[in-house]
Design a protein around this ligand. Sequence first.
Ligand code: NCD
Length: 311
Amino acid sequence: MRFAHRHLLGIEHLSQSDITAILDLAEKYVDMNRQSTKHSDVLSGLTQINMFFENSTRTQASFELAGKRLGADVMNMAMQASSIKKGETLIDTAMTLNAMHPDLLVVRHPHSGAVDLLAQKVNCAVLNAGDGKHEHPTQALLDALTIRRAKGRLHRLNIAICGDVAHSRVARSNLILLGKMENRIRLIGPPTLVPSQFAEFGAGVYDDMNEGLKDVDVVMMLRLQKERMDGGFIPSEREYYHRYGLDAAKLAQAKPDAIVMHPGPMNRGVEIDGTLADDINRSVIQEQVEMGVAVRMAAMELLARNLREAA
Ligand code: NCD
């Protein structure tokens, strides 16, 4: 299977068969990651640099583990302490790192489009680990793998994406991926957080959660992205939880075997009831984290194959 891309910048650039290729390869790594010895040499000799200009717990840890398990030399740049604080531009930092000959650059940045810009300036493969409100491709891929394993397929499902859609790169990448795989998507949230123009993506838009959740197969919750809000988007967290927080009563509208997802970090009692988030019969939140490592291993392997062919 040919994966004809130099970078992984967004789901936007991927075809159905690219998505399937990554997920199929990731299945192999799910198995490997469950063994007591988790090691392969596919990235051996390659250097992976992680540059996170925004805080991250699971995404950074996941990329780091993925690289190490594939035998790459992995370096985490402490961007808070770096020259960026001294006024160096993103491009200068990128050019400096580029001169050290990395092979894979994993970048998270608060500005939409910053990772694409950086990719144009360097010689290595760039993976977008989240840029502003734009894309978070490996998150959508790990969500897709989680759904495919739980539901046995990744097409013709009714999928609800709920909450702060407007500020969420996770929602955007998922909307594109799940649309490409021919699912029916509903966006649920207050009009301030789910602008009606999102209907252009072919999704149904609902401000009544009970109505929106009717008969869905998958309920994907989103964190309220307060750091990206510049004003009052919700009356209060209490009121928000009352109307849009996922609890057992609202989930009862969905199919009896509907799964509950959340990319983390979760605000328990704001967008999701804590007990429901921990309910292993409904929630696949821990599986999402597990799939994250496998999907990142697969994506880096496919990009590395192209690097080696080009060399
Ligand atoms: C998401 C992100 O950073 O976009 N988190 C993640 O990568 N697991 C979602 C979020 O921050 O709410």
